[in-house]
Design a protein around this ligand. Structure first.
Ligand SMILES: NC(=O)c1ccc[n+]([C@@H]2O[C@H](COP(=O)([O-])OP(=O)(O)OC[C@H]3O[C@@H](n4cnc5c(N)ncnc54)[C@H](OP(=O)(O)O)[C@@H]3O)[C@@H](O)[C@H]2O)c1
Length: 358
């Protein structure tokens, strides 16, 4: 019992729920503040959450809208975390536009169900599922070698899978789970698929595209951004800041990758994006937030068709040709937090990540 006469475990749960709520509210305010700031640059006012930007698209545009008229036949794409939410819709729309899509999924039963549902809807769809657990470097290596062994080219890599604000735990390789899943797994995967992408870009003479699905949550990473010295420090772990840290890493990764790709002179771009706030399974670790969002969120959040729009826009749209190292939101270029544009931090993260996957 605590001094307040409340059982300590109940008090702890209450604090966690309260904490989750405050963080969600904070996150939502940030998103709204950004949208208000952008108001002066907007072209057309539609409804409160939907203003068209320079691209001609807005937060209410769907993945179908932003890929209308685009023929992706002959392109091969990998989408990680394709068994749910934004990843499933991204896979469906890329396949509908003619791309051959390989889904990286950790639950093969669900992956096969998603694949069958897409093929049922689009009989001509070329979709496959390969097992991928991003929190395990062994699994990432196995996925990459299985994919490369298919002999398929690779034009588009969509690093979409993610977990959010889970309690502290370590991955199979002993790295904090959100950093391991959201960043390190994708960092390794990208490295292992890059030769294939370079060869594809060279031979097909088509621009390759790497798309990192980040989040506005990168703005509430730990104050120093990436805690290189405390990545596994449980005592100061904060589940939301750790999520923000991993999402900041997604942006820094795309930026540093851009520098490397430019140095190599290869025709591959790397960008990052915020998909919007969408009610998906991502909220599974936060019962309170999940409940609130379930009740009220459906009225104000994007649906999953809108949630996959920015990913599909960055992956396929001709307007994005040649653009690399940028951050997108609502299918338009957007401004990320100052830390996300820090080249020294990006380089340090690159070296740190390279060491971790050795
Ligand atoms: N929803 C939002 O409001 C929002 C906002 C900003 C950013 N995002 C970002 O959008 C991305 C997609 O999220 P979502 O909203 O579509 O969530 P979701 O429905 O929970 O989908 C996440 C996907 O990632 C997969 N995944 C999780 N851990 C994995 C691992 N270790 N290995 C392989 N796959 C793994 C999940 O597989 P299982 O189904 O097997 O768990 C699922 O397919 C995430 O990167 C997230 O950070 C979402």
């Amino acid at each position: 019992m605590s001094t307040w006469g409340v059982r300590e475990d109940s008090a702890h749960s209450f604090i966690q729920i309260y904490d989750s709520f405050i963080h969600w509210y904070w996150y939502w305010l940030l998103v709204r503040r950004r949208r208000r700031k952008r108001k002066s640059n907007s072209e057309v006012m539609m409804w409160p959450f939907s203003r068209k930007g320079a691209s001609g698209f807005s937060s209410s545009s769907t993945a179908l809208d932003v890929t209308h008229g685009i023929d992706a036949t002959g392109l091969t794409a990998i989408v990680t975390g394709a068994s749910s939410g934004i990843g499933t819709e991204t896979t469906r729309v890329l396949a509908l536009r003619g791309a051959h899509v390989v889904m990286g999924v950790r639950n093969m039963t669900v992956g096969k169900e998603v694949k069958e549902a897409i093929i049922k809807e689009i009989p001509s769809a070329k979709v496959e599922a390969i097992e991928l657990d991003l929190s395990s470097t062994d699994s990432v290596k196995k996925f990459a070698s299985e994919f490369n062994a298919t002999g398929l080219p690779l034009n588009i890599l969509i690093n979409n899978a993610g977990i959010m604000a889970c309690p502290f735990s370590l991955s199979k390789d002993n790295t904090e789970l959100q950093f391991a899943t959201n960043h390190i797994g994708h960092f390794l995967l990208t490295n292992l698929l890059l030769d294939n992408m370079k060869k594809t870009a060279r031979e097909s003479k088509k621009e390759g595209r790497i798309v990192n699905v980040s989040s506005e949550a990168h703005r509430f990473a730990y104050p120093e951004g990436i805690r290189f010295d405390k990545i596994n420090d449980q005592s100061s772990y904060n589940n939301w800041r750790a999520y923000g840290q991993s999402k900041l890493a997604n942006i820094l990764h795309a930026n540093e990758l851009t520098r490397h790709l430019k140095e190599d002179g290869v025709d591959i771009t790397a960008n990052s994006l915020h998909p919007g706030a969408i009610f998906t399974n991502l909220f599974r670790y936060n019962a309170a937030v999940n409940g609130i969002v379930n009740v009220f969120g459906r009225l104000v959040l994007k649906n999953v068709q809108q949630g996959a729009a920015t990913t599909c826009y960055v992956a396929l749209h001709p307007q994005v040709k040649g653009i690399s190292g940028k951050y997108f939101s609502d299918s338009n270029e957007a401004k990320a937090a100052p830390l996300a544009s820090d080249p020294d931090l990006a380089k340090r993260l690159w070296d740190f990540s390279t060491n971790l996957i050795k």
